[in-house]
Design a protein around this ligand. Structure first.
Ligand SMILES: [Zn+2]
Length: 195
């Protein structure tokens, strides 16, 4: 009987260790190949809302606020709004899906990645594998884009790829995403990339 109890204690201990490891080491949101990210960092970053996207200004600002203050502790992100897209980090547009290389009648939005000379760094609709200078978020004009989708696209801009975790803001589809704000794994991965 005593031996049985000892084994129980041991296996409970192993479970606790397992839980500790999975939440503290493995709970990372995937990143782009080679951990591609903003070559200028994110602590003094600028964003621009194009004339096509001004109806989304308050949702974009709410998404920015969520990345600046995720509620999961400190991260290096700080974004300022500016009135032109000169040397910005993230530019927001609304596009007509029939005139866009990536958007179609079921894609809500996507992020594009560019170097300082305005060369696109990955095929439209795909993530980059080298560090980038600026990004563009294109939102599909046929949808009412929610703040959570803007937060997701900004995650791509900062360097986060898609996650299979339904509790990550980086889950690929709105229907399968159980959260509407930045989660701890997403926040921690930003610190991993930029610190
Ligand atoms: Zn996505």
């Amino acid at each position: 009987m005593k031996k049985y109890v000892n084994k129980m204690i041991l296996s409970m201990f192993a479970l606790v260790i397992g839980a500790f490891i999975s939440t503290n080491v493995f709970a990372m949101t995937p990143t782009w190949p080679n951990d591609a990210k903003f070559d200028r960092g994110v602590s003094n970053a600028y964003y621009y809302v194009d004339g096509t996207a001004t109806s989304y200004t308050s949702r974009i600002n709410a998404a920015v606020d969520n990345w600046v203050d995720t509620g999961w502790g400190w991260n290096p992100i700080y974004l300022y709004p500016v009135a032109s897209n000169y040397a910005t980090h993230i530019d927001f547009y609304v596009s007509n899906y029939q005139q866009d290389a990536v958007l179609d009648n079921y894609t809500l939005a996507y992020a594009g990645f560019w170097d300082i000379n305005s060369n696109r760094l990955s095929p439209a609709g795909y993530g980059p594998s080298v560090d980038y200078f600026y990004t563009e978020v294109k939102m599909n004009e046929i949808f009412d884009i929610q703040t959570s989708t803007i937060i997701h696209e900004m995650g791509h801009c900062f360097g986060l790829a898609h996650s299979t975790d339904h509790y990550s803001i980086m889950y690929p589809t709105l229907e399968g995403t159980y959260v509407t704000t930045v989660q701890k794994a997403d926040h921690d991965t930003i610190n991993y990339l930029y610190n």
